[in-house]
Design a protein around this ligand. Structure first.
Ligand SMILES: [Fe+2]
Length: 255
């Protein structure tokens, strides 16, 4: 069951800092994306035809990729079954009901980066593979191979936030230039909000993929009655995937 093994760490209300973060940032927006980047970011991609240019240079809080077909209902069914049968592991401190399960990576329970397990820094590069969980998620695995145009998958995780769960305000890196991992919404129940400091709510809908800029402070709070499940992809996107990101960025600019 969802809560099995996790009750001792359950904390009903987010810490004071995260509650304040929501109060201050949740209702910002809507964002005028045309005012964020220097126009050279878009021009750089077109002039230089470098598929990494925008992803490395934008200060956008996220880039929405709207060309990927995501069979999110099928994926949700597989991921939620594993959640319900308590296959997930607690992911990080400063959170409650925040659970993770790797379908690809070092193992299904190695949901953090290699250094956190005293492994060599490049261990994920050299030792990532489909985990035992992949056999239990055939539709998800098939979708990843057919639609997520990655040259190499490394850590690919289901991330679940239980009803009433929260993930405290934090940054995953120090710089705000460039976007990081790809995040795909498998569902996003009403009442669950992903908020970014200075920007407001991220406009998630089920089946949407985004490159996220986690250099901005962010927090998630699931004030709904159902689990919220997303997937996070670390690895090397292929050029076709990068082109999708670049076209998504151009659309956000209305270009
Ligand atoms: Fe984060």
């Amino acid at each position: 069951m969802w809560y099995e093994g996790h009750l001792e760490t359950w904390q009903e209300t987010p810490d004071e800092n995260t509650v304040k973060f929501f109060e201050e940032n949740e209702n910002l927006g809507p964002i005028d994306f045309t005012k964020i980047d220097d126009p050279s970011v878009l021009a750089g991609w077109r002039d230089e035809q470098d598929p990494d240019w925008i992803m490395d240079n934008t200060k956008f809080p996220w880039i929405t990729i709207d060309e990927i077909n995501v069979p999110w209902k099928d994926i949700y069914e597989e991921a939620n079954h594993l959640l319900y049968t308590a296959c997930y592991t607690l992911h990080r401190p400063m959170a409650s009901g925040w659970l993770s399960l790797a379908i690809h990576g070092i193992s299904s329970v190695h949901t953090n980066c290699a250094e956190d397990y005293n492994l060599p820094e490049d261990y994920e590069q050299t030792h990532s593979r489909w985990t035992d969980i992949a056999d239990l998620c055939p539709r998800t695995k098939e979708w990843m191979m057919d639609e997520m145009l990655y040259d190499k998958f490394m850590r690919v995780r289901f991330m679940a936030l239980l009803p009433g769960g929260w993930l405290g305000a934090h940054r995953d890196r120090h710089k705000i230039t460039g976007v990081g991992a790809t995040n795909v919404a498998i569902n996003n129940p009403d009442g669950c909000e992903f908020v970014m400091g200075g920007w407001g709510k991220v406009d998630w809908v089920p089946g949407v993929a985004k490159k996220m800029n986690t250099g901005y402070e962010h927090a998630v709070w699931n004030r709904s009655e159902e689990p919220r499940i997303h997937m996070i992809f670390d690895g090397q996107p292929g050029d076709a995937f990068k082109e999708q990101v670049n076209r998504g960025y151009a659309r956000m600019l209305g270009a």
